[in-house]
Design a binder for this molecule. Sequence first.
Ligand SMILES: CC(=O)SCCNC(=O)CCNC(=O)[C@H](O)C(C)(C)COP(=O)(O)OP(=O)(O)OC[C@H]1O[C@@H](n2cnc3c(N)ncnc32)[C@H](O)[C@@H]1OP(=O)(O)O
Length: 441
Amino acid sequence: MTESDSRSADGLRFVSFPAGYDAANPESADTRTLNWVDAVNLGFHEERQTPSDVAAMVDAYQWDRRILTGVYDDAAPEYAWDPAVPVATYATMVNRLNVGGADLLAAHLITMVTVRPTHRRRGILRRLITGDLARAKKSGLALAALTASEATIYGRFGFGAASSAATVQLDTRGGLEVSAPPEGSIAVADGGKLQALAPEIFRAHLERTFGALGRQHSYALRASGAWSDGTTQPDKALRGVIRYTADGVPDGYAAFKSLGWRNEPHTMKVTDLVAASDEAYRELWRYLGSIDLVDRLTFGAAPVADPLPWMLADRRRYKVTEVEDVLWLRILDTRAALEARGYFGDGTVSLEVSDPLGFAAGTWLLEVRGGAGTVRAIAPGTAAQAPQATVDISALGSLYLGDVTARTLAAAGGVRGTPEALAVLDGMFSAGPAPYCSTHF
Ligand SMILES: CC(=O)SCCNC(=O)CCNC(=O)[C@H](O)C(C)(C)COP(=O)(O)OP(=O)(O)OC[C@H]1O[C@@H](n2cnc3c(N)ncnc32)[C@H](O)[C@@H]1OP(=O)(O)O
């Protein structure tokens, strides 16, 4: 779907369209896109943007193949904001998730959800998301995903928190000692060239990292300093480095900026760090920890199971200051999602899935052999010989990448099952590497 327009019983118009340029002035976004972005900025308490700023976003949105939806209320009173500015916004795109299987799995991504305070709590989000999830399922997508502004909103629509990332802080006074010997080399990046290289390095990271999600176009622009965080203007403070293997192949990069001399202790904020090998990860941190006149490094997207403290001569220089959920998953097609996943242990389990929206409900027999799963729909009660568990759909979203164990979810009440079933589920889903997703959208 690229364009659609429908009116609901309460007179609201729901319109979906791709971001576009003004036909008469390609330096500017078209009015519909400008108004849509204006509404998003209102919803997230951001500053207004100029037409040329938004034009730069159009390019990125087209690259992402985003579909924007606006909800319009033509019944605006006199003196009110132009009714051409939507009272609610919603955007979607598709990107690929590493679920440990033979192929990356296409996921339906939902973002930029806002409803104007004057129009809240009358079911606009519910109408947007239930219709959208139904269309995504119909188009053959097995999973939907989002990153949530609040943890209380999306469980009711079947999403479960599926992976987390850490904000970390490193004391680098006197330099950071890394135990392993150095390998390969590091060079300061040319910003323009890093913009072209970053997606390639990220693709290699995505292929090897369980739980990683493909990135939208803006990541490379921000990694290179062409865009700053939150604007389409250059970030003059941003610096980058590239790591090369001993054969001279680039396999990692880091982007970072000083928070300035007035900031005590002198802090370098790492804004992005992508490694396509363990060696690249070590060498990028070795470099960052060696920069003179810096007393502290911070990074807001570190893996929770981070090798970094384990590679330091002094692990107490590493502190986790926050851990927060990143990816929320909503399974739309139980069989397709479970068959796409790669598993860490073999076994058989019968799963009864409840789903208030009906997309993924049923009773399924999951058999894993050699790490690959096959799923069969079965009538409830017919697989009594297999260990049995019952999950609600948001718990299945949380279980999917194994970030939380079935035993923990059982203790929390989201999964019910025999001890044997919980043990089989944990052997299959959670016995491997923890998922790591550094993509926010
Ligand atoms: C993926 C992303 O983009 S995350 C960003 C989400 N957006 C924001 O945080 C911006 C500020 N907030 C908003 O714009 C709005 O409050 C929204 C989008 C969160 C909700 O929009 P609304 O149209 O008011 O939601 P709607 O009326 O459809 O409510 C649906 C259900 O969610 C509940 N709900 C809505 N917002 C919240 C919330 N912030 N916290 C808890 N529950 C909520 C409602 O009570 C309702 O529950 P029910 O149907 O079980 O009775």
